[in-house]
Design a protein around this ligand. Structure first.
Ligand SMILES: [Zn+2]
Ligand SMILES: [Zn+2]
Length: 318
């Protein structure tokens, strides 16, 4: 086992104490400890992250990058790869709060229109009893149902504020409740396990994305991936799955921005210790067979199938 140096420890420590960190801040931190700017030295940057992740994997943690799907900005964070909310949220939140969080993220992730949000009213009206099976643990015994049942609207309001403050949730620009960057970082395998359809360009879950105009096609693409895919090309703008024309007009602001950004390293270049944990550059445009092999948790369905609007989990909410 190769030991990590103080620079590695500094990076890990900073991410742990700050929580999700913007790409710019993380690059600055990296440059601070290594004297190398990640944009100019992507190889060194990737090697350092790989080395860190090799060590973190022993305790099922991972240093990871992801995009905030509402604005396309990249964030870095250290996530816990143990797949239960209790271990991620447990010490800070109560059982009903965790059940409430699960209800909110399920409602957002299972939305067939990929708006990536839920109104505050809908969030406050979520029934927590439906989360029972998922959050029940023997140690809580019979106290759990009552705690969930009597979890009041005002407690839910307060909890929403706490989750927004801690970046598990966010207020979207149109005044709704969306996923926070911490959730985007943390829920990658949960999205797969819950059949949230992936973006046809980057293969990450399409929580906030645009849908193909063909009602029989389940393709969805993130706004920032559309820009990447259609922005620079004069080729026909069609759905990669069904070839239906995909209306896309780059705004003036986007066009200007495009000219300013030569090529930024993004999450797609973030090294992964586990090959199945996320997309790599070569998987940026996944083929169907690659997608099926992509992970064991929940392979995505081929494009031709209609969207799964009500899965087992979402139907529990109704
Ligand atoms: Zn995408
Ligand atoms: Zn399509």
């Amino acid at each position: 086992m190769s030991a990590l140096g103080w620079q590695h420890h500094t990076l890990i420590q900073s991410l742990l104490s700050r929580g999700p960190t913007s790409e710019k801040e993380f690059h600055d931190m990296f440059e601070g400890v290594s004297k190398k700017n990640p944009v100019n030295y992507p190889r060194i940057f990737n090697d350092v992250l790989l080395k860190i992740n090799k060590e973190l994997s022993y305790v099922q943690f991972e240093l990871r990058g992801c995009r905030n799907q509402y604005d396309g900005e990249v964030y870095y964070g250290v996530v816990n790869n143990v797949a239960d909310e209790q271990s991620k949220l447990g010490t800070k939140y109560t059982v009903p709060q965790i059940a409430f969080y699960k209800g909110v993220i399920e409602a957002i992730a299972q939305d067939g229109t990929a708006q990536g949000c839920i109104s505050s009213i809908d969030a406050l009206n979520l029934r927590l009893e439906s989360q029972m099976t998922a959050t029940n643990s023997e140690s809580q015994g019979a106290a759990v149902p009552a705690a969930l049942k009597y979890f009041s609207i005002s407690q839910k309001e307060k909890t929403l504020d706490e989750f927004v403050r801690d970046k598990w949730l966010c207020h979207t620009s149109d005044g709704n409740i969306g996923l926070g960057v911490r959730s985007f970082l943390d829920l990658r395998s949960w999205f797969r396990g819950n059949d949230v359809p992936p973006c046809e360009v980057c293969n990450e879950a399409g929580v906030k994305a645009e849908l193909c105009r063909n009602p029989d096609c389940k393709a969805r693409i993130h706004q920032y991936c559309l820009k990447k895919k259609f922005g620079r090309t004069r080729a026909e703008k069609v759905c990669p799955c069904c070839q239906t024309p995909w209306p896309y007009v780059m705004t003036k602001a986007e066009a200007l921005e495009e000219m300013d950004e030569p090529s930024q390293p993004t999450q797609t270049e973030l090294p992964q210790t586990q090959p199945t944990a996320g997309p790599s550059r070569k998987r940026q445009r996944p083929t169907k067979s690659e997608r099926v092999e992509d992970d064991g948790a929940g392979p995505s369905q081929p494009c031709s199938q209609p969207p799964a609007r009500a899965t087992r989990r979402s139907s529990r909410l109704r």
